[in-house]
Design a protein around this ligand. Structure first.
Ligand SMILES: *Cc1c(COP(=O)(O)O)cnc(C)c1O
Length: 467
């Protein structure tokens, strides 16, 4: 077709709207949305023609062909998801995967979010008095019961909790911390930087591997505003080490009337040693040992929504509440709705039903059953086009929790003839529900620890799209 003829052959929007398939789509998706998609598709085809005409004066096409192209773009536009934030399947075995959204919430928490976010609520309203109430009240009693704290404040995340506590309690004063705890967590949370931002002055004591009580005591003076302990999270000091325990540190604080705070990071609420985990002080252990303030995340080992939880002495919490930053890092009602639901699991003793804890404590026998289910589904699909095997492997907690602790797990390796592991991994990210696995020794691997039964079924379906 000659240059001047081509553009005239492009169909008009009205012509496309008369196509039977399009009429059907209009009923399903609405006429306006379909018309917009057609317009955008005509535009794409026009741009393509312009590009081609720059290269040559003659193009092999006709009106029918152009119509077909436009229809195909229109269908694609209307069927693709408009959302960029969407569910994926975590087959990495990393339970608290920060990039993949950390803790998945239990169903009851999701139901509570729907209920509270979809209507008005008593978020800051005291129903009994008929007047203003406090948003923090909804989780205060539960958190006090579970941790034994006098009072509680919940903010947007733990980074905000630490910054807020330092700003409210120690701004303009010195904060003493062991050199071995000046860590960076997850790339952007660096203890010295947070400290500087709060207006507190950092005083490092001890060495990277050893800090003694006398190191803290020698650094105390009239400018000291806080003794701070930070969980080293994703970092472990092993070998020739010495740390001051919480009881000693809190006694020192009491002796000099200086508040002692611990940033626990993950903030575990229950002891997981019966499940083979190394001992980690729970939030209530920390408070029992005499810590005046303890901060931790809502979406790490607790298994709840993103939040920063501050528990501790009433007088300190009340000073923190009245600091202007509190308003800037205020927690949202959806978070509170979910947090209340998750905390109820702990209060009632059903915490092993919270997805995060459930995934961490699954027995090898259950994992083996899951792996068999996945293995069978994948074998049925792949057949003689590759090889599927169940292997023993190791999964991680993630989120800076239990660093170095290895959890034996079951995984399924999937090899497909003539497709490299890298390529399988790539193609499984392009399917409607992306499946994120691991590559180990040139094999693509799916760790069932972080997969629900539903995830396993969906994964089989997604792999079906590659074959
Ligand atoms: C994870 C972590 C933080 C940051 O918590 P967020 O809830 O992600 O803001 C702070 N301190 C420690 C010790 C942590 O492990």
């Amino acid at each position: 077709m000659e240059k001047n003829q081509v553009m005239r052959k492009l169909p008009k929007v009205a012509e496309l709207l008369n196509q039977p398939e399009i009429s059907l789509l209009c009923e399903k998706k609405g006429r306006n949305r379909v018309t917009d998609a057609i317009r955008e598709s005509i535009d794409i085809v026009r741009q393509n023609l312009v590009k081609e005409l720059k290269k040559s004066d003659y193009i092999e096409t006709d009106a029918k062909d152009l119509m077909r192209q436009i229809m195909s773009y229109t269908m694609e536009k209307l069927s693709s998801s408009p959302y960029t934030l969407r569910p994926i399947i975590n087959a990495t075995g990393v339970v608290l995967h920060t990039n993949l959204g950390r803790a998945p919430l239990p169903q009851t928490a999701l139901d509570r979010i729907l209920k509270i976010a979809g209507s008005y609520s008593n978020l800051e309203y005291d129903i009994k008095k008929g007047g203003r109430g406090e948003r923090y009240d909804h989780v205060r009693v539960l958190l006090c019961q579970i941790t034994g704290a006098e009072d509680v404040l919940v903010v947007n995340n733990n980074a905000a909790a630490v910054l807020l506590c330092l700003s409210a309690i120690a701004s303009g004063k010195e904060v003493i911390i062991s050199r071995g705890q000046l860590v960076e967590i997850g790339g952007s949370f660096r203890v010295p930087d947070v400290m500087a931002q709060s207006g507190a002055r950092l005083v490092e004591v001890g060495t990277t591997n050893k800090t003694y009580l006398r190191d803290y005591e020698n650094a105390i003076n009239e400018d000291t505003g806080m003794l701070l302990k930070v969980h080293t999270s994703n970092f472990k000091v092993i070998g020739f080490t010495s740390n001051v325990n919480n009881t000693e540190l809190s006694s020192l604080g009491k002796k000099y009337k200086i508040p002692v705070m611990e940033d626990l990071g993950s903030g575990i609420l229950v002891d997981l040693t019966p499940y083979g985990f190394p001992y980690e002080p729970t939030v209530s252990d920390s408070l029992k040992a005499g810590m005046d303030l303890v901060t931790f995340s809502g979406d790490k080992l607790l298994g709840g929504p993103q939040a920063g939880i501050i528990v501790g002495k009433r007088e300190l919490i009340s000073r923190i509440k009245s600091h202007p930053l509190t308003r800037a890092v205020r927690v949202d009602k959806m978070t509170l709705a979910a947090l209340e639901a998750v905390l109820l699991f702990y209060k009632d003793g059903y915490w092993d039903e919270i997805p995060t804890i459930h995934m961490l404590t699954r027995s090898l026998q259950i994992l083996e059953e899951q792996a068999r289910l996945l293995h069978k589904g994948l074998t049925d699909i792949i057949g003689d086009k590759g090889q599927v095997k169940i292997i023993d492997d190791i999964s991680e907690t993630g989120g800076g929790s239990f660093p170095g602790h290895e959890m034996p797990t079951k995984a399924v390796t999937m090899e497909i003839n003539e497709i490299s592991a890298q390529k399988i991994s790539e193609r499984l990210r392009e399917v409607p529900i992306p499946v994120i696995g691991r590559i180990k020794k040139d094999k693509f691997l799916l760790d069932v620890r972080t997969m629900t039964d539903e995830d396993i079924m969906k994964t089989i379906e997604m792999v079906g799209k590659l074959i």
